[in-house]
Design a protein around this ligand. Sequence first.
Ligand SMILES: Cc1ncc(COP(=O)(O)O)c(C=O)c1O
Length: 365
Amino acid sequence: MLSRVYDALPLKVERAHGVRISTDKGEFLDTFAGIGVLAFGHTDEKTIEAIKEKIGRFSHTSNYFLDEDAISLSQMLLNMSCGEGEVFFTNSGTEATEAAIKAIRKLRRGKLVSFEGNFHGRTMGALSLTHSPKLRTPFEPLLPDSIFLPLSGRVFEEFARNNEIAGVFVEPVQGNSGVYPLPEELIEAISSMKEKYGFLIVADEIQSGLCRTGDFFAYQHHDLRVDIITVGKAVGGGLPLGAAIFCGVRPFAIGDHGSTFAPNPVSLAAGKSVVERMDTTLLEGVKIKGEHLRLGIEKLAWVKEIRGRGLMLGLSTHDPVRIKEKAFDRGVLLNVTGGSIRLLPALNISIDEIDEILERLDFGG
Ligand SMILES: Cc1ncc(COP(=O)(O)O)c(C=O)c1O
């Protein structure tokens, strides 16, 4: 039998396309796109074509072979972020965090700082920087020299004055905690202390990156110079892929880090077909649709608070699980995390589809 770590929906999926999933219990509108993975929705034609084309030629070769798609996808990621640098591909988000940790350890001495509410993955290194005590404490001891600070610029500044910091992990919009954008004053404090002490900054963009918030990466909404950007989820076009993007730092030499599978050639082709369509037109659409969705949600009586940016929204409500069940009965799939409802729909969702979702989520009262 399967390890019982997931609480799966009581559905058998038959087919899925765009934001619609056909199941043994009828059709549903999907508001979370495989947890923010499917930027262009289910069974996106261009992605399927790219997958078929690549897998028909080869599916795995190992790192003894150079894949042209790795070069082009890494260049696309650099063009969207710091322009120049290098990219290390992984199979998942948590492995991208591991790569960032190893890079920092190689380059600098000192503490690894994370913040209350941050989520960076579940492997032992990443878990050391994932705040949730429920996820973390059963597996302690974890990495030494990793620490969590409250979301306060003043506390961070004091810590930076009194401790040697190697790296600071920010999750610009904390996704798994319920979609909380980091306070601006904390970002400013991190930025000004970096000038003084030179620690490395990692932006975890595994969930918030790749156009999700209306910019290529969520850190770009702020004046923040980052050294490492981690990506996952959408970067593989629905197949497993992650990456650590190194900006102005060159942590790894031959043999320093590696993986049998990463980057998988088919994941690269799928990812390339998605990332090459991530342009300013898509960003504009995300902003417009995000605003439309937000305005519609504001009218729903059961919503107490809305947070987030673009098409990454968190909704507080009295009983999120009950709302999730009511939505299910009306054919809408909602995701509950960190005690909030988290919306991460496909970035190409249409205004009509948003309206259909909003209509079904209007329970009156
Ligand atoms: C911000 C963030 N970091 C890291 C991860 C870990 O990614 P993965 O589940 O691919 O290991 C996630 C996954 O939800 C995430 O949202």
